[in-house]
Design a protein. Structure first.
Ligand code: AMP
Length: 216
């Protein structure tokens, strides 16, 4: 099965992926993670990507396609793949369709996570993680014990693109950029909309039920 996971930043794509990967034995491709790895490597290209992400803009289709193609080329045709954050534009989706079709494959479904705007802002701008011990917090829903300080005593980290100004821009831009993409997949009857409010288990169960009902 080839599955695309869509949803605004903060809709819970990463969390859901963590549950879906073992259940369906997915190879997991998150372009956001791949880009952050490149940034962390401190390479020249990484520094350019950092500027784009921090500004809330999208990395070019060309670069994303080159990055994902390298990974896909390594997989057997029939591998189960979960795409998270990719495709992000209709152009990327068209490229993916033609790439898969050249390997006699196709996208089976697009899971679109939906959520209320205010909830998304809180989920994103409240996100904190500890680089020392890996603990995760949200200042609204699961606050750390001290002001910006982890239980282990280390100072908490916030993603540069989670600042309140960048969050608003990312959400608005996501709506703009994804409109064509959603119409594209809707016209193919592939989109399954899932309300992402509720616990991790509840959201996973809803997705699992839909996939099992349609594809088992
Ligand atoms: P994410 O973790 O998916 O929210 O991605 C973080 C940032 O990486 C996005 O705001 C974009 O700047 C960039 N990015 C991730 N995936 C893509 C993609 N498929 N196309 C263009 N830019 C992307």
């Amino acid at each position: 099965m080839k599955l695309v996971l869509m949803g605004s930043p903060g809709s819970g794509k990463g969390t859901l992926s963590k549950d879906l990967v073992p259940k369906y034995d997915f190879k997991y491709f998150s372009t956001g993670d791949m880009l952050r790895e490149e940034v962390a490597s401190g390479s020249g290209i990484g520094n350019k990507i950092k500027a784009v992400i921090s500004a809330g803009d999208l990395v070019s289709d060309e670069m994303i396609i080159e990055m994902i193609k390298t990974k896909l080329d390594e997989l057997p045709d029939d591998a189960n793949v979960l795409f998270d954050g990719f495709p992000r534009t209709k152009e990327q989706a068209e490229w993916l369709d033609s790439y898969l079709s050249s390997r006699n494959q196709k996208i089976d479904a697009v899971i679109m996570l939906t959520a209320d705007h205010d909830l998304l802002v809180k989920r994103l701008s409240g996100r904190r993680n500890c680089k020392e011990c890996g603990r995760k917090y949200n200042t609204y829903f699961s606050p750390p014990p001290g002001n910006e300080t982890c239980e282990c005593g280390s100072r908490l980290n916030m993603r540069t693109d989670d600042s309140p100004e960048t969050v608003s821009k990312r959400l608005a831009q996501y709506d703009d950029q994804s409109r064509n993409l959603i119409s594209y997949y809707d016209s193919m009857g592939l989109v399954i909309r899932i309300d992402s409010e509720g616990s991790e288990e509840q959201v996973f169960k809803k997705v699992e039920n839909e996939l099992d009902r349609r594809y088992s």
